[in-house]
Structures are given as structure tokens and as C-alpha cells.
Design a protein around this ligand. Structure first.
Ligand code: IMP
Ligand code: MG
Length: 178
């Protein structure tokens, strides 16, 4: 697995510091409020697990699983909900937690879907952002790191379901795709 790595972009330590910063910021912004966090499976799972332990306001967590039709390079913008929330979000402060925002099409769909359920507020937090590939106009309220248009893995993020358990975020060698 390690032999497939081209370059480490963010070390375990660097990620931990960023997660701490984001947790502090979120805790300040929601002071005196409760927060309902929605994790987008499976990629955001590792990030969410670390992030919630850096948040000091009361938190409820729930998960959604979505799949976008089309391949990675040609996201269609049509999203299917594979697993919906367990709880109602009516009148709740919602924070959607994602691993990467790429075209933004998944999040745009998800956000619009959740708004119809009557939340009190809705914000988005993503560990990584690839602004170069954006197709949907979507505001991300909390961003960990901006990255160039390169395919990355690790810290919960996969290529063909592999590499999620790497503790750092890295690019893959080209021959891995071939
Ligand atoms: P989009 O913003 O709708 O294009 O989709 C974002 C989703 O695509 C992310 O949540 C990831 O699951 C996946 N994705 C985008 N870029 C990468 C990458 O570099 N590595 C692994 N998955 C990625
Ligand atoms: Mg994802």
C-alpha cells in the first residue's frame, strides 16, 4: 500500500492541527446552541470522528450515504440517496461534514434536499476543497485545506475502496490507476 504513494500532502500531525482549529471555530460559532452533524459516508467518517471530539457544544450525529451516477471524471450531478438520516432535522442547526468538495454537485443536491426538511440553519464543513473542478455554485462555510486538481487518498478517502486507513493524505502514483 505504501509503495503506491506518490507524495504525502498532509501529515497526520498537520491534519490533527487543522481539525483542532476547525473544531474551535465551529464551537465559537455555535456557542449556546446545539449542533446536528451529518456525515456523508463513507469518506467523511474518519474526519468526522476526529472533528466531533474538538467541538465543545452539544452534538448529535447522523449519517447519509449517497452515490452520484457517472464516473469520477464525469460526475453527472444526479445523486441517489443510499442511506437516509435516522432523525428529523426540523428546527435543528445542521452542519454537513464532507471529505472533499470537488465539482460540488453532490453537496448542492444534498443541501437542497435537506433544506426542504425545515432545518433552523444549514452549513457545510469539508476537510478538502478542489476549487479548480467546481461546477456547482456552493458556499463552503468551513474548509480545512485547498488542494490542486489531483486525485488523493488517505484519512478516510479511498481509491476503489482502498487506502482509507492511511493516517495521512497523499497522491497516488500514476501506475496505480493503469
Ligand atoms: P463532487 O463534489 O460532487 O464532485 O463529489 C465529491 C466526492 O467525490 C467526494 O466526497 C469524494 O467521495 C469524491 N472525490 C472527489 N475527489 C476525490 C479524490 O481526489 N479522491 C477520492 N475521492 C474523491
Ligand atoms: Mg464523499
Amino acid at each position: 500500500m505504501i509503495n503506491d504513494i506518490k507524495e504525502v500532502l498532509f501529515t497526520e500531525d498537520k491534519i490533527a492541527k487543522k481539525v483542532q482549529e476547525l473544531g474551535k471555530l465551529i464551537s465559537e460559532d455555535y456557542k449556546g446552541e446545539d449542533l446536528f452533524i451529518i456525515g456523508v459516508l463513507k469518506g467523511a467518517n474518519v474526519f468526522l470522528s476526529d472533528l466531533i471530539r474538538k467541538i465543545t457544544v452539544p452534538v448529535t450525529i447522523d449519517f447519509m450515504a449517497v452515490s452520484s451516477y457517472g464516473s469520477y471524471t464525469e460526475s453527472s450531478g444526479v445523486v441517489k440517496i443510499i442511506k437516509d438520516l435516522d432523525f428529523s432535522i426540523e428546527n435543528k442547526n445542521i452542519l454537513i461534514v464532507e471529505d472533499i468538495i470537488d465539482t460540488g454537485l453532490t453537496l448542492k443536491y444534498l443541501r437542497e434536499n435537506l433544506i426542504t426538511r425545515g432545518p433552523k440553519s444549514i452549513k457545510i464543513c469539508s476537510l478538502l476543497d478542489k476549487p479548480e473542478r467546481r461546477k456547482a455554485d456552493i458556499k463552503i462555510d468551513y474548509i480545512g485545506f485547498e488542494i490542486p486538481d489531483e486525485f488523493i487518498v488517505g484519512y478516510g478517502i479511498d481509491y476503489a475502496e482502498k487506502y482509507r486507513n492511511l493516517p495521512f493524505i497523499a497522491t497516488l502514483k500514476q501506475e496505480v490507476y493503469e
